[in-house]
Design a protein around this ligand. Structure first.
Ligand SMILES: Cc1ncc(COP(=O)(O)OP(=O)(O)O)c(N)n1
Ligand SMILES: Cc1ncsc1CCOP(=O)(O)O
Ligand SMILES: [Mg+2]
Length: 215
């Protein structure tokens, strides 16, 4: 049987996904405790400083800092965790990530990808995209909250994250599915007032989540 990746909190709460150390610093200062650095399409050496600094900030704030894509750097600088997509799974050294003690989050879009992800026993599973998004080109259609709920019924024992097109106004219907975390990009980074947006999202998403024993 495949070994399990280290546990993360059962409910990860608000999960901003951002593309710079500046955003990581701002959002940690604002009270965010689950966050991802997502810088696309660079060589490792081009993002190494950013990855190292983001990981150091994550440790300083005792936050759950996930690195998207750059799993070798995440291992090198002992990140809290790594987020990988389905294509990344074909090339990443999952055993090395697990042996280094990093948490693993995986993207899924449909039942077949859920099967594959579940077999790898990751720390969390992300489901998306839920609504249309301007942030990433998606080859598939948005799944919507009915399909999200159906997928969640297969995921009783693994922390879950919903992503894609989730605005402040849509948060209540996404939370009503029972998903444990809401990942957002533009709801924060494109907001007229990112501080106000972050506080509103934090109070909507994290209201009622017990301070987790598992970090
Ligand atoms: C929380 C979360 N969910 C999904 C994704 C998408 O990851 P991936 O499929 O690897 O696509 P890219 O983000 O690398 O373009 C994510 N980053 N975070
Ligand atoms: C990275 C990613 N993966 C699936 S949708 C998405 C982008 C989400 O961005 P937004 O919250 O702005 O729709
Ligand atoms: Mg990726």
């Amino acid at each position: 049987m495949t070994d399990t990746f280290p546990a993360t909190a059962p409910k990860l709460g608000l999960y901003p996904v951002v593309d710079s150390v500046e955003w990581i610093a701002r959002l940690l200062e604002a009270g965010v405790r689950t966050i991802q650095l997502r810088i696309k399409d660079c060589e490792d050496h081009e993002v190494e400083d950013a990855v190292r600094e983001a990981i150091a900030l994550g440790k300083q704030y005792r936050a759950r800092l996930f690195i998207n894509d750059y799993w070798r750097l995440a291992i090198k600088y002992h990140a809290y965790g790594v987020h990988l997509g389905q294509e990344d799974l074909d090339v990443a050294d999952l055993a090395a990530i697990r042996e280094a003690g990093l948490r693993l989050g995986l993207s899924t879009h449909d039942d077949a990808e859920l099967d594959r992800a579940l077999a790898l026993r990751p720390s969390y599973i992300a489901l998306g995209h839920i609504y249309p998004t301007q942030t990433k080109d998606m080859p598939s259609a948005p799944q919507g909250v009915v399909e999200l709920k159906r997928h969640l019924s297969r995921l009783q024992d693994v922390p879950t994250v919903a992503i894609g097109g989730i605005s402040l106004a849509r948060v209540p219907e996404v939370l009503a599915t029972g998903v444990g975390s809401i990942a957002v990009v533009s709801a924060i980074t494109q907001a007229a007032d990112w501080r106000a947006a972050t506080q509103q999202l934090l109070s909507l998403v994290e209201n009622g989540i017990e301070p987790a024993k598992v970090m």
